[in-house]
Design a protein around this ligand. Sequence first.
Ligand code: CP
Ligand code: NVA
Length: 310
Amino acid sequence: MAINMKGKNLISINDLSKEEVAQILETAEIMKLRHYSHEEQPLLKGKVLGMIFQKPSLRTRVSFEAGMIQLGGAAIYLGPEDIKLGQREATKDIAQVLSRYVDGIMARTFSHEIILELANYSSVPVINGLSDLLHPCQILGDLLTIKEKKGRLSNLKLAYLGDGNNVAHSLLFGVVKVGMDIVLATPSNYEPKSEIVEQAKKDAKKMGSRVEIIHNPLEAADKADIIYTDVWTSMGFEKERDIRKNVFRPYQINQDLVNRAKDDVLILHCLPAHRGEEITDEVIDGPHSVVIDQAENRLHAQKAILALLL
Ligand code: CP
Ligand code: NVA
């Protein structure tokens, strides 16, 4: 039976039950099929999504906006210079006023607290389009990609190499909801936040899957079904770029590392990629890479999220 998710926020995958995650993925699969058979899906006719961006974006902005249009609605882009979030007026005022104009708010912020505050004061659903802590919509698109390519989500080993950042945090929450094993290899002092790891481990126990945080990139890649990486320097951390380039060098996804994984390994990257840093051209352009399909699936996963919540 369908679970009613209308009016809910999507701040963290951790707030979703495993049944809700499954429902989002199944809805996305149906919407993708219909999209490819050119069926109109005016599920959000007349509805409007407000999109607040404190940081740049290609995928998130365009896939949400295109998704709303494809569902018969519209989206309004509010960039850093438009509403000057955190500078021009109180976040709670923005949340309350926007709620009178739009049917949903998607926000990409620096601090995660801003997303929480928007959700707290908004009377329409708030969707996290990336904060310094989490990137849930990315991981829902990624799970859709893995399901398509592997035909299943459980009993797979995902190796994440690099920074214990927003993407790593949401991956931890996401993969344990579907019974996937995850090994995260990061340099010391760049591990994911311990409270997120502990929460993911609790879910993993229930699902019979494994969460491991290690420092050895080769061990992580060993017999992996999926290798995932992200930039070493996330938006907002640009001052640390030179230090990070040195610290993270052993965590690069190159051909030698890929050779340690299973023969049918999938290479994922949320993009944008810093080619030659966290991933080589050979690997990102190589036969195992699914990064463009992965980017496409943001559209389908988010259309499902929008149709279910708005
Ligand atoms: N992966 C992702 O969120 O890309 P953008 O920063 O371009 O939105
Ligand atoms: N971790 C990256 C993800 C970009 C989509 C960042 O926050 O910049």
